[in-house]
Design a protein around this ligand. Sequence first.
Ligand SMILES: [Zn+2]
Length: 293
Amino acid sequence: MPELPEVETVRRGLQPVMEGARIVTAEARRGDLRFPFQPDFAKRLQGQTVTGLGRRAKYLLADLGSGDVLLMHLGMSGSFRVIKPEHEETPGEFHYPRGKDSVHDHVVFHMSSGADIVFNDPRRFGFMKIIGRGEIEREPHLKDLGPEPLGNEFDAAMLARACVGKKTSLKAALLDQRVVAGLGNIYVCEALFRAHLSPRRLAATLATKKGEPTDHARRLVEAIHTVLNEAIRAGGSSLRDHRQTSGELGYFQHSFQVYDREGEPCRTDGCEGVVKRFVQNGRSTFWCPKCQR
Ligand SMILES: [Zn+2]
């Protein structure tokens, strides 16, 4: 499932083909993904220039010349593919490289540059929705989101304020999109590992009684920044490789320190621990009980 770094990677991959280009026509090839498409979906996109492509948490937001915003979410399995016109000269090589999957090509934007942008989503948990720019504040998917973890306002003081007196675990607090937006299971596990903090620790321990950040809060914010930036950098290098081949803009396997490493040795210098897994709030938590306290 794509998390913030993967969505940011997709944004960076789509930006050069979308920004400043016009959507000549848009096709929704079925009536719904996670939600039904709006009846006027294709019509509202037709002829619109994409003036900017941004991201909020795990949502992509394409600003359109009409004043509308196209909100896009990758869900569990969504990915984009860019088919450029020069590829038409080598048919078969670049067109629908994963032939069996083309039945899952649910949305296509035909751009004025001649490029086609194809959204493929086998499990159909993704969605697209058009809203007016003035409706962004009220949009149910966006309105309760907390700060961007890589934005200026997210720091130890802010995280501490959000966790004062919180009786939930640190893991649950970080997965709460109102506390910080866009983190999912993988990067929460990775950040807690790097901060040497137990996923079971009470969220309240990030703040003093007065709500000042503790050392733990500072370490955790630093770890969140590091892990996300590393993943975005890794995504960037995958992007360059992928652009040279199929034009696939999906999400990429990064090398994780704890996630999916149950039973393997801990990678903390000098730690003799072994990575363990347990189920917490219905999700697998991976951690080293020896160096995460
Ligand atoms: Zn360890």
